[in-house]
Design a protein around this ligand. Structure first.
Ligand code: NAI
Length: 461
């Protein structure tokens, strides 16, 4: 007789959401988590703490750059960095404690420790054995490094170390112009660090709409970030007081070095399955080390997997959706995730958000489309708050007007994108957005204007 209907391994956004949904659906549920707090990478060393640092550093930037323009003049602000880090730690505590409360409220048992699959329908945590009819693996991902680059979390740090530096560094080299590199690079650039981003590709933010990527790079450059593109980092040497980054320019193979107090390695993450006993359990992996799944089922009956350990974007909200879908499937319902409508957000200033196809993807697929664009310079609210930089781009089918994708850079982009997500879920046309009354003055009006631009034209363009 099993102890539980479902045991979930991993208490991050995929795992804890799955656990709560299982319990809500009447399944006897436990979640195994070895960290001292629930919430996984996202709440402890990822999304949430980085947003705290982004908020604090953005506020500092506003105060030092825009307050005087509005006649708000006072003493010069300074940064008490240890206090800033304390604020971030408080935010983490509040959020992780919140998940613990939700577990209690929903009667989810938290099994503390690291789980190992030991037999069919059985896991071992320390010396305790637990049995379940269903096991869901939600063990997430871990930072990767490069050959020749050793992360010591002191001078050469991953995102985890970058969230817990002891002081503001004078200089920082960021390896990789992906989401982590640009978000953390922004934080330190705003606090006064000289930040240089070294990126292998000839553009930043791989997979992003090319026009948005270019505009974002221009904006970040204005904010003081330096970029070296088309450069492959070969190794990092740590000396007494600085690190030396060796890179090769791809166009001519020439070699160069950069010195910095701190090097942030932000070259991607890998599925985390260490110590789980997957091989002994016979769970099949892809070539990239992800757990192979079909409808979140692994090749072993009764073992499921979700989130960063399987294929697809490594995003907390994708994992959450999979967590709910798996719970519903186990409970005999019809779990569903629409992988075509998963938004992505970069929390720089201006923010970047996107959903659906990019122009590059549509061209490659030979789909004829139209573009509706609108600049935030034409949005009264944005101009009033110094946020006129950026634009909204809606891509719609040339014949049917159905929305195929949306990409924007501008104020609250990460919130605005959801209007399009809902529209896409309903199979809406750009005209549906264009004919919907939007309150004035709001940033949302820019979404409507871009939709209008897919038809007879935007009004304020
Ligand atoms: P990433 O995959 O987004 O970017 C890594 C970058 O490093 C790429 O542009 C790549 O070309 C570059 N690179 C690789 N090797 C290099 C070398 N030798 N020299 C120079 N550049 C090199 O990875 P990142 O930023 O580490 O993020 C990891 C994951 O976490 C991503 O899946 C991301 O979506 C997710 N994440 C999402 C956030 C959000 O939604 N706001 C925030 C933070 C992370």
């Amino acid at each position: 007789m099993a102890d539980y209907d479902v045991i979930i391994i991993g208490g991050g956004p995929g795992g804890y959401v799955c656990a709560i949904r299982c319990a809500q659906l009447g399944l006897k549920t436990a979640c195994v988590e070895g960290r001292e707090t629930l919430g996984g990478t996202c709440l402890n060393v990822g999304c949430i703490p980085s947003k705290a640092l982004l908020h604090a550093s953005h506020s500092y930037h506003e105060a030092t750059h825009n307050f005087a323009k509005m006649g708000l003049i006072g003493k010069v602000l300074t940064v008490d960095f240890p206090k800033l880090i304390d604020y971030k730690d408080t935010v983490i505590k509040q959020n992780t404690a919140g998940i613990e409360f939700l577990f209690k409220k929903n009667k989810v048992d938290w099994i503390k420790g690291w789980a190992k699959l030991t037999a069919k329908g059985e896991i071992t945590v320390g010396s305790d054995v637990h049995k379940a009819a269903n096991i869901v693996i939600a063990t997430g991902s871990d930072s990767t490094s490069l050959p020749g680059v050793e992360i010591d979390e002191k001078m050469v740090v991953s995102s985890t170390g970058a969230l817990a530096l002891s002081k503001i560094p004078k200089s920082m080299v960021v390896i990789g112009a992906g989401v982590i590199g640009l978000e953390m690079g922004s934080v330190y650039a705003r606090l006064g660090t000289e930040v240089t981003v070294v990126e292998y590709l000839d553009h930043i933010t791989p997979g992003q709409d090319a026009e948005i990527a270019k505009t974002l790079q221009r904006s970040l450059k204005k904010q003081g970030l330096k970029f070296i593109l088309g450069a492959a980092v070969q190794s990092v040497e740590t000396l007494k007081t600085k690190a030396k980054v060796h890179y090769k320019l791809r166009k001519n193979d020439s070699e160069a070095t950069l010195d910095a107090e701190i090097v942030l390695v932000a070259t991607g993450r890998r599925p985390f399955t260490d110590g789980l006993g997957l091989e002994a359990a016979g769970v099949a992996l892809t070539k990239r080390g992800q757990i192979e799944t079909q409808g979140w089922k692994t090749n072993i009956d009764g073992i499921w997997a979700i989130g960063d350990v399987i294929t697809g974007p490594m995003l907390a909200h994708k994992a959450e959706d999979e967590g709910m879908a798996v719970a519903e499937t186990i409970a005999g319902q019809h779990g569903h995730v629409n992988y075509d409508v998963i938004p992505g957000v970069i929390y720089t200033t201006p923010e970047v958000a996107s959903v659906g196809a990019t122009e590059e993807m549509l061209k490659e697929q030979g789909i004829s489309y139209k573009v509706g664009k609108f600049s935030f310079m034409g949005n009264g609210r944005a101009k009033a708050v110094f946020a006129g930089e950026g634009f909204v781009k809606i891509l719609a089918d040339a014949k049917t007007d159905r929305i195929l994708g949306c990409h924007l850079m501008g104020p609250s982009a990460g919130e605005l994108i959801h209007e399009i997500c809902v529209a896409m879920e309903f199979g809406a046309a750009a005209e549906d957005i264009a004919r919907t009354c939007h309150a004035h003055p709001t940033f949302s009006e820019a979404m409507r204007e871009a939709a209008l631009a897919c038809g007879d034209g935007a009004i304020h363009a």
